[in-house]
Design a binder for this molecule. Sequence first.
Ligand SMILES: Nc1ncnc2c1ncn2[C@@H]1O[C@H](COP(=O)(O)OP(=O)(O)OP(=O)(O)O)[C@@H](O)[C@H]1O
Length: 866
Amino acid sequence: MQKSINNEQDRPKQIAAELRLRIEDVHERAGLIKMLTDLLKTHFNFNGIFIQSVDPHTGTYYPFLIDHHSKARDLNEFKALSNTRASLQDPIVCDAMKAKHSFVVALKDFASMAAVPYWIKINFEYGIRKGLVTPLRIKDEVVGVCYIWFDNQDPFQEGLADVMDAISLDLGFAVSNTMINEMLTRREWSNELLFAFSRDLAEVKTREDLSRAVTDGLKKLITFNDFFIIELVPDEAHPNFIFSSLLLEAAELQWLYTNSFIKDLFRETADLNMPLIFQLSDFETTDPPLCFGSRGNEKSEELLLKILPGSSGSQFGLILVSNKTNVFDLSDRALILRISGHLATAVSNVVMHEELARREKDKEILLAFSHDIASVRNKDDLRKAIEKVSGQLSSIARFVIRGINDDQETMTIYIYDDKVKKGVEENGQQFILNKVFPLNDGISEVVLAGNETMVFELQEWIDAGKASSCIHFWRGLGAQKCVATPLKTGGRNLGIFWVDSEYPDVKMIGSICAQISIAMSNILANEELLKFKQRLEVENEYLQEQIRQIYNSSEIIGTSSAMQEVYQLMSLVANSNASVLIQGETGTGKELIARGIHESSQRKNQIMVKVNCAAMPLNLIESELFGYEKGAFTGAYEKRIGKFELAHRGTLFLDEIGELPLEVQVKLLRVLQEREFERLGGKVTIKVDVRIITATNRDLKKEVDAGRFRSDLYYRLNVFPIQLPPLRERREDIPYLAHFFLGRYSKNHSFKVTGISAGTMNELKAYSWPGNVRELEHMIERSVLLSTTKNLTKVYLPDSKAGDCAGSVDMNNLESVERQHIIEILTRCNGKVSGKGGAAELLRLPSSTLNSKMKKLGITKSSVVK
Ligand SMILES: Nc1ncnc2c1ncn2[C@@H]1O[C@H](COP(=O)(O)OP(=O)(O)OP(=O)(O)O)[C@@H](O)[C@H]1O
């Protein structure tokens, strides 16, 4: 009995001794709990064993071993629970820390507490009612707590508490050693993986390489579901998305670009070197990115975030995402910290390689563009070249070039692409493509003042009430953001390149604009040249015409007091820009006076352009005055400038103004008032600087009164009237004029006619000259032609019966005049027809022609006066 009592009393010691022996052979968790449970079960009745590890440095404890019978293993949260640390202040644990021996707890005392630890609650729910709690101490320090769970059995059965007290030190060592072993094994293992991972990272060039390295390498070291790598560029409104292990929908990607969630996340950690762990539920965001929210049954719960240093001020961020809470721990943070340098280098390498590839591609695109630009000859070529390059660049969705007009104050759309054309057509706004916009619209002048590309968030400008026509134009076409780049060459502003661009590549657009500017300036120069050529052609044609007239109008003859008065008026008005209206009978010299005024004015180095308003049909006079655009009317195959443009900076002489149709009078009035007009069929307003001189032989005032001439136009033209007197009112000028014309026309005669007989002059002075100076001029010309003597003795006035020669000439019979003239010449040549000194020579006719004429006119040798 004694023996059996002794045996009974020794039993716990024996069990403890056996346990100690076995503990020495166990080095890992699974073996330890199995051995402990199996051996104790052969001697005692209990439900399960649970050992917690204690970390006095952090004041926390966490599950270390749960026996394989435990129902807790069936829990969904089991894995999460086994990674959960809790405070040493928790009930039961807190008593165990102070206890020297095993003690019994009744779970019902705790199960109803408000903040009861989860593991107590779970055990109570599974039917556990009591527990034998054994602190595991090494010297004075508790390294763990062991729980043996019971439903209704006696925890003190057959000396279990003694056994536990007896092995508590050994069990403490076993727990501690196992942990150290695990830690060493894990460190070795993670070192190897880390080494392999960093080796992989060093070779990363593309996003795909990076993704593969992180997925293959990091996933072996840390448990996570997804990851993101993001670049935070200073001053950028949103992060630049580098990689996501998730397949993101376009809308989600867009979301990430535009929301501030990630930015806020990074702001929290920006200055910290340590990786941080966030619970998504900690963020006050009602609208987290979809990829962080629910995805099917999965829901992102926890993030581990580490800022990685980047180049040129930018930072990268690595975000590991877990679908469970409390997954990331201190060791994960330490690991990320160790590898972050390699990760940063790998990400920088990816960015650098992409940048290099992008630059290479940009260079190729620019090179091809400059080839295309070199062969651009006109607007259409330029449009095609820009359309081609914008098709290769995502940063140009649509474009428009607004060109500055010649007036330097307005702009019109110069070139636009097909998409813009379709857009305006859909909006029914085609008119806008030909509209003239003021340059001074609050935006264009700012863009043109600089050299940089400006970015416009359209709605913001509209909301701020600062939007100009171009902002409304793009917004009307549905654009969100636009960029505007000035087009200029050698400091000269040519226009603005407007681009609809959601993600503008300002640098690339700038380079393209440099090329566009050159092309545009070449096109403009070509157009200018063409314009100049056309102008020269018209000018040349006109000058030829003028040369034919010039010799008639080089000198104004007349010293009469009436003409003196005219000269006085001419000198008064010449240097002003005032419009002059010259009135007088036909042939009084109105054009001559107009030319005289022009020649004496400051405009004399430019041309005086004459338009005879009476000589043109109504439909032509308009195009003659204002020019026309190609296609303005049937037959307008080419653009042609009008007389107004031709006379720019010179004088426009509108002869016979009284004949101008009323329809054209209105247009003329507008030009005189505003000094601007449009070509027929043209949209662009042309400004001219022209001095107007008009002439008429009608009484313009009477025409106004009769309603045939607009009074407003009359007053505009009649600023400075000059009335030319008829020749009959200044007969004293007749001798001067007659001699002047005699000199002019005798030059062409076979011999010089140098004088006019007194009788003839008297005749001239007595005549009424209804055709005025022109009539006198023609009369002298004819008389010189018919004169056979050096002194003009005969003039052929319409009503004169005879000159001072014998035998009158029938003025109505040209043949008799011709007959008489030939006879006179033959007489002078003593009847010699051909040969040197013969009549044919004098008359500059072939002798055969003269002979046949003589035959026809019945001239024989006997006709010659001896
Ligand atoms: N004072 C003058 N001195 C010299 N030539 C003159 C003078 N006046 C007129 N003429 C000459 O007379 C001709 C007619 O002159 P001009 O064409 O200037 O007259 P006009 O009044 O314009 O005629 P119309 O009303 O028919 O157009 C021209 O050849 C011109 O050179």
